[in-house]
Design a binder for this molecule. Structure first.
Ligand code: UT7
Length: 397
């Protein structure tokens, strides 16, 4: 990549992928002492997707990235930067972005992972925008992808009900027209560092039989403290991005917030004095997919017809760290292109190369073995994962 003159940046592609298998609240009732009523009333979540044994963060990311690239009307080799946000990489090394680069058939891009937990996609978006604006990249793909269900403690009812798997991606491109991203705010507040964390496996506590026995390879969270931080910071970060754009909150047509808890999104709407109709919500069907949450929600909002050219959008996220980030942008792409991008890429045509002479242990947590062994829930065509359909084909179970 060579630096050239500063360039305008536009969002030209979007795509998402969600695994087919569904984990319902009724399934969780059979694993821990919880109820559908508690989960729905405290979080808004009804079901989440679970990756199958053949899937990884890289495989889901590659499908979402290719769909975003097709939506942008590009070929994989047009991309010269791949940034992948995840807290659940396939391996400690290499980066998951490197595996995605190969899987999508790209030969040119610099590819790297970014670690900012649930805010990772927004951090990646900011980073890619800066590369393009600096003339260091022409087309960048930014991916948020997570396979969280393999890092949950299925005896901890306060965390295992919250999270799900999936991937979303956007393409950002250099443009001769005006830049469409008009405000970015990123924050990091390390006093929350141990509020959401995964204690073992890193250099402070390398993996061992003892760390496994202590259950330290699973996500831990102080829910109440995180909730307090989330409501406060989502609103303040969104406001900062809105102010940088020179807008008022009421000017924004649609907020695409991190999908952690409906009560958090309602509190943010109330704090900004905005109706819930300005908040896009799909957490009822996916749960919290961490870095994948905002790009999946964005792709669905656009494909569902909630976004028109000229609309003012704000993406806003928060997560472990604590991190948060918001992007204020004006939509410039033809919303119709998203469905075509989705249809152009079949998951079964995308392969992530595996190492020679090595096979992983069975990656499926024992608690999920039964769920993943059952037949897939009906025919999941693309429209099935777009909100607004009269009824999901896989309901009722
Ligand atoms: O993206 C990463 C950021 N993470 C988040 O945004 C999560 C933020 N936090 C939250 O969304 C909420 O704090 C939770 C959904 C995790 C928990 O909701 P809460 O209203 O804050 O519940 P709580 O932790 O205050 O617990 C209330 C009660 C407790 O029982 P006692 O002590 O009052 O008897 C919990 O043991 O609810 C109990 N509880 C449950 N009961 C049934 C906790 N989890 C469950 C459960 N089913 N799954």
């Amino acid at each position: 990549m060579n630096g050239t003159a500063p360039r305008a940046v536009r969002l030209t592609g979007w795509g998402r992928y969600a695994p087919a298998q569904v984990l319902t609240n009724a399934d969780l009732e059979r694993m821990v002492d919880t109820s559908d009523e508690w989960i729905v009333s405290r979080t808004g979540i009804r079901e989440r997707r679970v990756a199958g044994a053949h899937e990884t963060t890289a495989s889901m990311a590659a499908v979402a990235a290719l769909r975003a690239i097709r939506t942008a009307g590009l070929e994989a080799d047009d991309i010269d930067l791949i940034i992948l946000a995840t807290l659940t990489p396939d391996y400690w090394m290499p980066s998951t972005a490197a595996l995605v680069k190969e899987a999508i058939g790209n030969t040119r891009a610099a590819a790297f992972d970014i670690a900012a937990a649930c805010s990772g996609f927004v951090y990646g978006y900011a980073t890619a925008s800066a590369y393009i604006a600096a003339g260091m990249a022409r087309h960048a793909v930014v991916i948020g992808a997570e396979l969280l269900t393999r890092f949950l403690d299925y005896s901890d009812r306060s965390t295992c009900i919250l999270f799900g798997d999936g991937a979303g991606a956007v393409v950002l491109s250099a443009s001769d027209e005006e830049t469409s991203t008009v405000g970015i705010e990123l924050t990091t507040e390390p006093q929350g560092a141990y509020m959401i964390w995964l204690p073992a496996g890193g250099s402070k506590s390398p993996p061992s039989a003892e760390t496994i026995a202590r259950g330290e390879h699973k996500i831990r969270m102080e829910g109440r403290e995180t909730y307090r931080f989330a409501t406060r910071t989502l609103a303040s970060t969104a406001l900062a991005a809105v102010a940088k754009a020179g807008w008022q909150p009421e000017d924004v047509d649609l907020f695409v917030p991190h999908q952690a808890n409906i009560r958090i999104i309602e509190a943010v709407a109330k704090g900004l004095d905005l109706p819930m109709s300005k908040m896009f919500v799909n957490l009822d069907r996916y749960g919290n997919t961490s870095a994948a949450s905002v790009p999946i929600a964005l792709a669905e909002a656009v494909n569902e017809g909630r976004v028109a050219i000229g609309d003012k959008l704000v993406f806003v996220a928060f997560g472990a760290g604590f991190t948060s980030g918001a992007v204020a942008m004006e939509w410039t792409a033809d919303p119709e292109l998203g469905r075509m991008g989705d249809a152009a890429v079949r998951p079964e045509d995308v392969t992530v190369r595996l190492p020679v002479d090595w096979d992983s242990v069975d990656p499926i947590p024992p608690a999920l073995a039964e769920v993943l062994a059952r037949p897939l829930p009906g025919h999941l065509d693309l429209s099935d994962v777009v909100p607004g359909e009269p009824e999901h084909v896989h309901r009722p179970r």
